[in-house]
Ligand binder design. Structure first.
Ligand code: GLP
Length: 264
């Protein structure tokens, strides 16, 4: 059932099991402003929040908004801890293509967060299994994630949880799908350079976050957003599991919402 209130939709099923808020913006910029406001509210209400953060091109505008708020003295990151969703395997932290480098460059270097409180899985260790276990333990020791920011892949992946036969529970090593390697190759000088594996928080890890914010823009995400909101809940569309999370807000632009708008 879709309840229409201008650009705000609440998707609920009749039994009240599913309850997601969807906020549709005209442009990418507006979408980023709105999503950043929700994150700013979280940090204002709980200055020592644990934020789960995402990479990819989608959140960049949100990070820019947060940096602006910090520069205008409206946001303080000094007590914040961050845990990132994922990291490529076989790429060191100082490699410009690493997600650690991305986070430093797009957010951490520009706000007053102590780097020692920013965590990204280590994909360059030869002890990947231990790294995955340690990452889960770390999140537990931090008391869990207060707000998890998520982008979405064109195939519905979240973090690097690719479509597969079951929802992976914990942080794990993953073989990237060819379509993800191709989509991410735009950040590399050649396809051969794109890592074929990654370490990612599991679906179970993500579902334990207290609040989830999913962001998507562009027509390339329209099907993934439609399937996430209205398709069957299936590991073939990993983001669809979010329908069972009690506190999800989805921020999309009109293009990413276009398939939903057409069909409903
Ligand atoms: C990568 C990341 C995801 C991200 C996705 C989409 O696969 N691991 O966390 O959501 O890319 O990226 P973009 O926002 O660039 O479309």
């Amino acid at each position: 059932m879709l309840r229409l209130k201008k650009d705000f939709f609440s998707i609920a099923d009749r039994k009240g099991w599913i309850n997601m808020n969807v906020i549709v913006s005209k442009t990418y910029e507006e979408m980023c402003q709105k999503a950043a406001r929700l994150i700013a509210a979280q940090l204002t209400l709980k200055p020592d929040s644990v934020l789960g953060l995402a990479t990819g091109s989608t959140p960049i505008g949100i990070y820019q908004e947060l940096i602006c708020k910090y520069q205008e003295d409206r946001l303080d990151f000094s007590k914040v801890t961050t845990v990132n969703l994922d990291e490529y395997v076989g790429i060191s932290e100082d490699n410009e293509q690493s997600y650690r480098y991305f986070m430093n460059h797009n957010l951490f270097d520009h706000v007053n967060i102590p780097k020692k409180y920013t965590y990204v899985p280590n994909g360059s260790t030869d002890r990947i299994e231990e790294e995955c276990e340690d990452y889960e333990q770390l999140i537990e020791q931090l008391g869990g994630v207060d707000l998890q920011l998520l982008g979405i892949g064109g195939n519905g992946h979240i973090g690097f949880n690719e479509p597969c036969g079951e929802f992976p529970e914990y942080t794990h090593l993953v073989d990237l799908k060819q379509e993800t390697i191709e989509a991410n190759s735009r950040f590399f000088s050649s396809m051969d350079e794109v890592p074929k594996q990654a370490v990612t928080m599991g679906i179970g890890t993500i579902m334990q976050a207290k609040k989830v914010v999913l962001v998507a823009n562009g027509v390339g995400k329209a099907k993934a957003i439609y399937d996430t909101l209205f398709g069957p809940v299936t590991p073939n569309v990993p983001a669809s599991i979010l329908r069972f999370h009690p506190d999800v807000t989805v921020f999309v632009d009109e293009e990413a919402f276009s398939m939903v708008a057409q069909k409903h």
